[in-house]
Design a binder for this molecule. Structure first.
Ligand SMILES: [Fe+2]
Length: 525
């Protein structure tokens, strides 16, 4: 969770980008942020701790969680740093989003070169305003730990973002996702990762996830009417259980409607340790040490409608099945037409994985986990299509091997580029007409499976493998774009613009020299 981000680009047509005519180019690069470049020059200055690296330079920005296309531009994200922009062809770093001064400084009172910015791994691109909405989280209480969300807006050009604290809003976990409708931003406490100050001092995790989390609806026009830096009001609701990812229907003319991919009894704060025993009492596989503790209950999905006038949240649909264990990631049609009127939602569930559930976590949760619901043994992962609105299960595909670890699927529309449609839209938008492309991690070799989005249960219609059974490391999100295009001209933040004389004077000569060199290298891009 705290390693340097890497980006992998897979071409879905053979040839090109250096590949032979019958091969598909897979291009990989560790993202060369200022932190990564400083680490390459001064590895001895970085100290690994339970929450990642610390260094005299400040907090790292690992941008290791999600790629975010915005038109022909490509951004990468992390929950604990600013988004950064890459060139989609070279995969080289171009700049971070927003000068730290426009973010109004670090989330924590450190005053070093690279800021510590609690944020979200899933900002949203507003198709009407052509801007990026994201958040900054600012600690407002330490016992118990509480954070206030701030709305952050980036207009895509220039070195500044604009910020608005959300009045009276606090969360105890994190804000892994935000989502939007035409008129509203929807923020929620993801709830599945909570900081535990005690764990940092005595190694024992006692903070557990809550059964329900707050949701904040903020009107976009209210933000636009509020001076930058002033507080903006929100309507407050709750949802249950906690939820990592959630996606609103952009068209809110018929109300605010959100699909929540819940992470029932999934506590990402617990990771597997070498001295742990698993759910069946076996020593944890050393290969899994450091991995997160997987789901201790089947994962549910719900659709909730929010009425800001009556301040009511109504669960309109709900699904939770015996096969829906370990909800992983999902695929949907991200075109403007697709988010406006979504038809189908495709989710990977990674199965019941007792070898990745620790007795330590089970003990901490006690009777909040129903162990009688555990299957007798490990179960395979599956790819599932749900109808938007009803959440009717329209198709299920079970992966053939327990060793298959499907990662983030993407939706690829059929006949993209139809006149009159937006850049990412296919002929019949919504998520049902096209393909679901699913990377599958396996010790037998990485492969990519392609399903018909109309019938994933029929199994893959094509599979792409590596000739040498190459294995890729664990990865999180993926995203589809119609083409890899060099980044357009824009004014971007340069690392050198944040280098201040006072923080430089606090560095050793060798560290300061590294900063000067990295700043010069990045100024040349
Ligand atoms: Fe995510």
């Amino acid at each position: 969770m705290f390693g340097f981000g890497a980006i992998i680009r897979l071409s879905l047509e053979p040839g090109g980008y250096g590949a032979a005519g019958d091969r598909f180019a897979l291009r990989y690069r560790v993202i060369d942020t200022p932190t990564e470049r400083l680490h390459a020059l001064r590895p001895e200055a970085f100290v690994a701790g339970p929450l990642g690296f610390s260094s005299p330079f400040g907090a790292p920005n690992m941008v290791n969680t999600a790629p975010l296309p915005w038109g022909d531009r490509l951004f990468v994200t992390w929950d604990v740093g600013r988004p950064a922009e890459l060139d989609a062809v070279s995969l080289r770093f171009l700049g971070e989003v927003g000068h730290v001064d426009s973010w109004r400084g670090s989330s924590l009172p450190d005053d070093k070169l690279t800021p510590f910015l609690f944020s979200t791994a899933h900002p949203v691109v507003d198709p009407d305003r052509n801007c990026l909405w994201t958040v900054k989280l600012v600690p407002v209480g330490f016992s118990p730990w509480r954070l206030q969300p701030w709305v952050v807006r980036y207009d895509g050009d220039g070195i500044e973002v604009r910020v608005w604290p959300v009045a009276g809003a606090t969360i105890t976990g994190s804000m892994h996702t935000i989502t939007q409708t035409r008129d509203w931003l929807i923020l929620a406490d993801s709830g599945n990762f909570k900081a535990d100050p005690g764990e940092l001092t005595n190694g024992v995790r006692s903070v557990l996830i809550d059964d329900e989390v707050p949701v904040f609806l903020v009107r976009k026009d209210r933000i636009e009417q509020t001076p930058v830096g002033d507080e903006v009001a929100a309507e407050v609701f709750t949802v249950s259980p906690s939820t990592g990812h959630f996606y609103a229907r952009y068209d809110d003319s018929d109300g605010v409607r959100v699909l929540f991919e819940h992470m029932d009894r999934t506590d990402l704060g617990f990771h597997l340790r070498a001295d742990d025993t698993d759910a069946f009492g076996r020593p944890v596989d050393p290969a899994l040490v450091g991995f997160y503790n997987m789901a201790m209950a089947p994962s549910s999905v719900s659709e909730v409608s929010f009425d800001p006038l009556t301040k009511t949240a109504t669960r309109e649909a709900f699904v939770c099945e015996e096969w829906s264990w370990s909800h992983q990631l999902s695929a949907m049609d991200w075109s403007t037409e697709g988010i406006s009127a979504p038809t189908r939602h495709h989710i990977v569930f990674q199965g019941f994985r007792p070898s990745a559930i620790s007795q330590r976590a089970l003990t901490a949760y006690g009777d909040r986990v129903d162990r009688s619901a555990f299957p007798d043994d490990e179960t395979a992962a599956c790819l599932v299509s749900l109808e938007r609105g009803s959440l009717e299960v329209s198709s299920v595909y079970e992966f053939p091997s327990l060793a298959d670890f499907p990662s983030s699927p993407v939706f690829v529309p059929r006949e993209c580029g139809v006149p009159g449609r937006s850049r990412y839209a296919g002929k019949d938008p919504g998520g049902h007409d096209g393909w679901v492309v699913c990377p599958v991690l396996s010790d037998d070799g990485f492969r990519v499976e392609v399903f018909d989005a109309g019938s994933v249960g029929a199994g893959p219609v094509a599979t792409l493998g590596t000739s040498a059974r190459t294995c890729l490391p664990f990865m999180l999100h993926s995203a589809w774009a119609p083409a890899a295009v060099s980044a357009p001209d824009a004014e971007r933040l340069r690392f050198s613009q944040e280098v201040r004389r006072d923080v430089m004077s606090a560095l050793s000569d060798a560290d300061a020299a590294a900063v000067v060199r990295v700043a010069a290298e990045l100024d040349e891009i």
